[in-house]
Every structure is written in structure tokens, then in C-alpha cells.
Design a protein around this ligand. Sequence first.
Ligand code: F0G
Length: 404
Amino acid sequence: MSYIVKCFDCGREVKDGLLDSCPTCSGLLTVEMDLSPLAGKKLKDLRKAPMGVWRYAPFLPVDQNKAVSLLEGGTPLYHCKNLGEKLGMKELRVKYEGANPTGSFKDRGMTVGVSRAVELGCKVVGCASTGNTSASLAAYAAKAGLGCVVLLPSGKVALGKLAQAMFYGAKVISIDGNFDEALDIVRRLAKEGHLYLLNSINPFRPEGQKTVAFEILDQLDLQVPDRIVLPVGNAANIWAVYKALTEFRDLGWIDKMPRLVGVQASGSNPIFKAFEEGKHDFKPVEHPETVATAIRIGNPASGRKALKAIYDTDGVAVEVTDEEILVGQKLLGRTEGIGVEPASAASIAGVIKLRQSGEIASDDQVVCICTGNLLKDPDTVIKNSGEILKSKATMEAVKRLISN
Ligand code: F0G
């Protein structure tokens, strides 16, 4: 396991482990793994280890033996035949990240990120979050015995996520502003040495998040799907998926790349807009809004990485309305029994849209990454799931209701 941290923009190596951007050009950081120990090896050599993030340890820049782990990853890949039939698709699959220890894909990045914090000797970790990152960081910080500070946009974090961050003992600070403002503050706190930053601009986080793509390919026995579809918020996860695919390709384990589809909510859509204009950089959206609060982000920190991931795979960015997101969420639940939060349902809504426009063909093999669990956001679920029937406590009254 050897690697360098380098600048995504100017390519220079960056040696100071506490920086969140390039000291020369302020660019984004990324990890470059030395994969030469894997030369001549095959995926099946890794399969002796159980499914999960740490099966892919040779691709990860921290020592597995010292990892802070809650046994993350190893999530189901469902073949959604019922929903596929409704959409006229044979090969629609959902990678269900809601099955992770804290109920979202963030645990994959956090096991690596918090392990890195421990390796660096940091005592306090922190992040800004729309909810899931804070829930995950709080849990892994508790496991590692570290202090934890999370900054959340006031009134815009789903109840389950807030409950988790409080429950695991983080110092929860509600900011009178949005995620982008909270991220700006926490980055400055990190720069002044108050905490170790574990947002996804920390290049160790996407390294863990790569494993969702490794697992999809592992579960498909290296049959490369035509498309992988995922929601885009702060925009690191689509980069992580891209990076994973390039690593398997560079080892010769796969011979083609799936086309990546980045889905944004139409009220928080800077990456979609940039893609529409063929640009490699984006203009921030000033007042982001969406029912999918997890991706209510106007100025995605890793936005340029996301655009590269999309262009390099001949992919697309799409936007979906809140209504389309809620339709996708309900349809997945009621045809497949899979419950996901609104941001995750954006990927389903994206597939519906691209299928209707003909961009996705009926025989395309498509994998949707559904990033978070239904129970993260119970308020939205209850609001959109119809009425509860009220009854007197008698057989007759109940019978009348069920026969109606
Ligand atoms: N889906 C869910 C459920 C999320 O929580 C997030 C991001 C995303 C998708 C988008 O991933 O940011 O890598 O593009 N949530 C962050 C948070 C911002 O603070 O929990 P991304």
C-alpha cells in the first residue's frame, strides 16, 4: 500500500497531510495509489476476504490492520425485475447503500477517513453536512474515541440523520445558512487547527467510496454494466466511482468503462447546467432548494472532478424535479420493497427520464446507486405515503375499513 497525494489541477505532489487543497494553485487534491503490487493478480485473489470495504484493501491508502471499521460495505445488489418491467428494461439493478452501518454510502469513505485521522494523531474531527456525512462521522469518531464537531444547515437536515449525529455524541452545531456556508466555515476551522476535516474534499474519503464500484463489478463477476447512475451533491462520489473504474481498467480487470450518469435536483443543479453548456467548470447556484435535502448544494466542492468523470466516460448529467424524485422513490418502494431517501431516489428518477427520452435503451444494463436508507427522512415519507386509517377498537369498524 503506497501512494501519493497530488493536485487534481496542477499535478504537483502535496506532502502536508493536513491540507485540503493544493498549496501552489489551491486546486483539489486526489490520491494516486501505487497499484504495482496488484500486477498479475486477479479479482478472485481478493475474494478470500469477506465482502465489504476492506476486501479491497490493496486499493486503499491506510493500513487495514489499524482500520477503524464498523464492517461497512458488502451491500446488496438487487436485480429489480418488477420496476424494470414497468420501465421496459431487462437489466435494472439497485446497489442498496442504505444497508451500511449508519444507513448511507458515507460509511465507506468514513472508515478510511477516520482511520487516516487516527494515523495522523488527530484528536478532533469535523465536517459540514447535509446530514449523512455527519451521522457517519459521528459514529466512526465514537468508535475511534475522537472528538467530533458537525455543522448542519439549520432546519434542512432530515430527522433520522440529525438523531444519529446527536446520538453518537457529536457536538452538533446548527448554522443559520446553507451547506455551502457551513463548509466554508469548517474548512477555515480546519486551517486554523481546530479539527481534522472529513468532508469529501479530503482525498482519503473518495478512496473508501471507490469500493461501491469495486463491489458492483465484483457482484456482476466483472460484467461491466452499460451505465452506473448516481445522485450528485457535493460531487465526490461520482468521482470516487470513476476513479475505481479506472483502477480496475488499468489493471486489465475490466476492458471498458460504464457510462456514468450524474443526477441532480433541478433546484440544485450546477453540474447539470455546466454539462448542458459543455463546460468543464461550473457556476454555483446561489439559493439551492430541493426536497432531497442530502443534495441541496449549490457550490459542489468536487464539481470539476464530477464533470471530468462524466465527460471521460461519455456519460451525461440530468436534472429531475422534486416531484419526479418522489415518484421514483415511491415506485421503487412499491414495486421492489426497497426504501431509499429522496436523494437516492433521484437516481431512479434519472433512469425514468432517460428511458422515456430513449437515451437508455431497453436492453441496457443499468445500475442505480441508491445512496441512503428510507428511514433517514421519515417526515418526507409520511407526507407522501397516503393516509393512516383511524378506527374504533372493534372488529366491525376495522372490517368496514378493510372492505372499502
Ligand atoms: N446521496 C445521499 C443520500 C447523500 O447524503 C449525498 C451527499 C449524496 C447522495 C451526494 O453525494 O456529495 O458525493 O455528490 N451528502 C453529503 C452529506 C453532502 O453531507 O451527507 P456527493
